[in-house]
Design a protein around this ligand. Structure first.
Ligand SMILES: NC(=O)C1=CN([C@@H]2O[C@H](COP(=O)(O)OP(=O)(O)OC[C@H]3O[C@@H](n4cnc5c(N)ncnc54)[C@H](O)[C@@H]3O)[C@@H](O)[C@H]2O)C=CC1
Ligand SMILES: N[C@@H](CC=O)C(=O)O
Length: 800
């Protein structure tokens, strides 16, 4: 015999009802079954609302008429139930009050109606079925509203009833209701129908209880909140019990216990997807130990503090007695060893009542100043991780902190493996996703905002979109670009921008400021945030600190933030540290070459770097490599460098020597030197009359550069070429180094003279390596190598 239980939602619509009948038709061919039903759809709430209207002398009759006229009420003879309701409502409206007994009688009609309707439908479809009023055999205590079955007598009566029932008839039993030994109607409380089904399965020693719900089974987290929540195939009774105790709404501890007694498996199934095998709960041991996350929203923290409570015995007893007297149930509890305060979680609706009860209880202690404050923090949520051992909770916890979620309370159970975190309600979804991703090793989602979609930014976006799938497959990291912003507009998509972004940014982008992007990320609970600056803007860097303060890690190809005042450089690093955030900028020097990482590692490992020199600029390298040996005018070579994407958006940033100066300064600061940009000796290659004009005017006047550079070229000695070099020297163990950039003449046969294309070359001299420097050489500019370097930074951050 199998017991099939159908919840209210399974009976809520025509389609769901048809599915229920089809399921029953299939099951009945497999062997004997008994059905247990809840009230249809929202019936219980509706019946209670009408009761409240009647009590408050409002027009309850209209609502009751609407209820009576529900279409499916024609499908069975439910006059008795409607008559009972009519009389009860009338009585309540006359005396303007009702008690728990009346309420139980009213609500019970919901299940009585649904069992009649389902039985009638089954009969209409040719199956022999009968509605069964469970009050005749479920005998309960008189705890109306949340009654408990008196098992021995209920069992006896149930067995007697079913022994007498024609074996060909399908019993459609009312869930949720019972009666006292005096025949008074009771209800079995929250999840009461499941409890009824479990009792029935136990009493008739069923082979299995199949609980048909509106979900495919029990998930590792609520799938409405966590997209990649996984269905749990099998659970042990004990694990299910833990889940039930920690608020998994689909289970209730009361439901598990009767099943354990006779070792009856429980299967959670979906009425709308009956083919799915659901989750099986049995006494079969599971290997992994379950891990599942549940969230209890709408809770508040009550904080009770008193300087004079240290060592005083009985304070906690007074606190909890005061709460118990008000019928307030307490969740997570925290008390420091100093005993100077106590914090505990209650349902939000009970918070004021709890504070009032404590204020009353401790009024004298306030007077003596032993108690000094009772306060409430509202809008909280409790996330419980069931099956989580503290010894392996380091990673999920670190991931939470990295996402700027610091739990207000943290609590683990002594027995069992359960961890509870109290977080702000608005952070709960993000926290749940972060912890879930960590625990289940699900692809870690990295949410990226790319600012600047020009040469480097645009190439980066394309590279990310092209490689995202293979990175997810290989590294379990899911890269998602949720924002692309330029100097005017931003395109936002919390689900991830796709390869149509160039069209979408034209049609769907909106004007923005950085706070709006931050707000968007927060509103959509996006975790693991990275902001990437691919602008060349001195304005945009003002956003760095707000971004970091709002949980973003930073990456930039833009060099400005690292080369304005040392005080900003420092402030940014302090902010990063305080917020546990990172800032990576490998492409700031040498584009895609691994220069900054190398310098950082050498310096960190205590290697004394004594000098760094070389050709730092890819664009100037290209320009002078070609101009020195070709017969082309300087302006043409420069145009080629611009077209190939080697120069800065305004090429004067290169020609002025400023870009090389910035790179030198960035390296110097990596060595803890505190130089300022103004202290760099920079040879500016731009004729004075072109230094102050705007960018378009300069770009239209490139020919004016030719005479200046022709003169320099004509002055070259035989077998020499021009190279623009940078050098960081001086005593690099002190506060400041000597930074210099200049155009020099070198033998064509020398290492510098041999450079090709846009190659940069960096010679790093250190104490251990002596006169033989470490040399890093390769393409030092270009959108694609730079974007690849930025991509490397993304993966470094994602790996952390
Ligand atoms: N081209 C190269 O080889 C290398 C370039 N870089 C750096 O890459 C950065 C980008 O260079 P490109 O892509 O060539 O520049 P680009 O001029 O092609 O693109 C710049 C982008 O930044 C946006 N932008 C400008 N001001 C903005 C603001 N205030 N807010 C938001 N967006 C803003 C523009 O709308 C544009 O989309 C520069 O900082 C450059 O120094 C670094 C290493 C190598
Ligand atoms: N314009 C720069 C690009 C990289 O930083 C250069 O030429 O090196």
């Amino acid at each position: 015999m199998k017991v099939l239980k159908f919840g209210g939602k399974s009976l809520a619509s025509g389609q769901a009802f048809d599915n229920v009948i089809n399921i029953i038709k299939t099951k009945v061919n497999e062997g004997p079954i008994v059905i247990v039903v809840s009230a249809i759809g929202d019936t219980t709430d509706t019946l209670e609302n009408i009761l409240d209207l009647a009590k408050t002398k409002q027009d309850y009759t209209t609502a009751f008429e609407t209820f009576k006229n529900r279409a499916y009420h024609n499908e069975a003879d439910i006059n008795t139930e409607l008559e009972v309701l009519s009389k009860l409502y009338e009585g309540v409206s006359l005396i303007e009050d009702y008690g728990v007994k009346i309420k139980d009688q009213v609500l019970a009609q919901g299940e009585l109606i649904s069992s009649k309707i389902l039985a009638a439908q089954l009969n209409a479809k040719g199956l022999k079925a009968t509605p069964v009023d469970s009050r005749q055999f479920f005998i309960t205590d008189a705890n109306f509203g949340s009654a408990q079955a008196i098992e021995e007598v209920s069992k006896q009566k149930t067995q007697a009833y079913f022994a007498a029932l024609d074996k060909e008839t399908i019993a459609v039993v009312t869930g949720f209701i019972g009666s006292t030994d005096k025949g008074e109607t009771t209800t079995l409380g929250r999840n009461g129908s499941n409890y009824s089904a479990a009792l029935l399965a136990n009493f008739i020693e069923a082979d299995e209880l199949q609980n048909y719900t509106h979900v495919d089974g029990i998930y590792t987290a609520n799938p409405d909140w966590v997209k990649n929540a996984q269905k749990i195939e099998e659970l042990h009774f004990d694990e299910a019990n833990e889940l039930a105790n920690f608020g998994a709404s689909i289970l209730h501890a009361k439901t598990i216990l009767p099943l354990v007694e006779n070792n009856i498996p429980l299967r959670i199934l979906n009425t709308l997807n009956p083919e799915n095998k659901g989750t099986l709960i049995s006494n079969k041991p599971t290997d992994k130990g379950i891990k599942s996350l549940s969230v209890q929203s709408n809770v508040a923290l009550v904080q009770f503090e008193g300087r004079g409570l240290l060592g005083i015995v009985g304070v906690d007893a007074r606190v909890f007695t005061a709460l118990a007297n008000e019928g307030i149930s307490v969740g997570v509890i925290s008390q420091g060893s100093s005993e100077r305060g106590l914090g505990f979680i209650v349902e939000e609706k009970d918070a004021d009542k709890a504070a009032e009860a404590l204020n009353r209880e401790f009024s004298n202690d306030f007077y003596t100043r032993d108690v000094n404050s009772i306060s409430i923090i509202r809008d909280l949520a409790v996330i419980s991780i069931i099956g989580q051992n503290l010894s392996t909770f380091d990673k999920p916890y670190a991931a939470l902190v990295k996402n700027k979620i610091v739990p207000i309370l943290f609590n683990n159970t002594v027995t069992g493996k359960n961890v509870s975190l109290v977080v702000r309600k608005e952070e709960a979804k993000k926290a749940l996703n972060v912890v879930h991703g960590q625990i289940f090793g699900i692809a870690k989602k990295i949410n990226i905002a790319v600012f600047g979609n020009g040469l480097v930014g645009g190439t980066l976006i394309d590279q990310i979109l092209q490689s995202a799938q293979s990175i997810e497959d290989k590294k379990n990291i899911a890269l998602s670009i949720f924002a692309i912003g330029n100097s005017k507009k931003v395109l936002l998509n919390d689900g991830g921008i796709n390869c149509n972004w160039r069209e979408e940014i034209k049609d769907q982008s909106v004007a923005y400021n950085i706070q709006e992007v931050i707000d968007y990320a927060n509103a959509n609970h996006l975790e693991n945030l990275i902001a990437i600056d691919n602008t060349a803007s001195g304005e945009f860097i003002k956003n760095y600190i707000p971004l970091v303060e709002n949980g973003f890690d930073l990456i930039s190809s833009n060099k400005i933030a690292n080369t304005i005042s040392y005080s900003f450089y420092n402030e940014l690093r302090q902010t990063l540290k305080a917020n546990h955030k990172e800032y990576l900028y490998e492409t700031n020097v040498g584009a895609g070459l691994p220069l900054i990482d190398t310098i950082k590692l050498l310096h960190l490992s205590g290697e004394n770097i004594t000098k760094i020199k070389g050709v730092f600029s890819g664009s100037l390298s290209y320009i002078f490599n070609n101009y020195s040996i070709q017969e082309k005018p300087f302006s043409e070579v420069l145009k080629e460098a611009i077209t190939k994407g080697f120069t800065e958006p305004d090429p004067r940033e290169d020609l002025s020597g400023n870009d090389v100066g910035r790179k030198l300064l960035i390296l110097a600061r990596e060595l803890d030197l505190q130089n300022e940009f103004e202290e760099i000796s920079i040879q500016n290659l731009i004729p004075t009359d072109l230094q102050a004009v705007d960018t378009p005017t300069f770009l239209n006047s490139l020919e004016k550069l030719n005479p200046y550079f022709d003169k320099i070229k004509q002055g070259l000695a035989p077998d020499t070429v021009l190279r623009y070099v940078g050098e960081l020297s001086g005593d690099l163990q002190k506060d400041k180094g000597v930074l210099e950039t200049k155009l020099i003449e070198v033998p064509t046969s020398s290492a510098l003279g041999q450079l090709k294309g846009s190659d940069s070359i960096f010679e790093i001299y250190t104490e251990s390596y002596g006169d033989n420097p470490i040399i890093i050489q390769g393409a030092g500019a270009g959108a694609s190598v730079t974007a690849r370097g930025v991509f490397g930074d993304i993966l470094r951050l994602a790996d952390k």
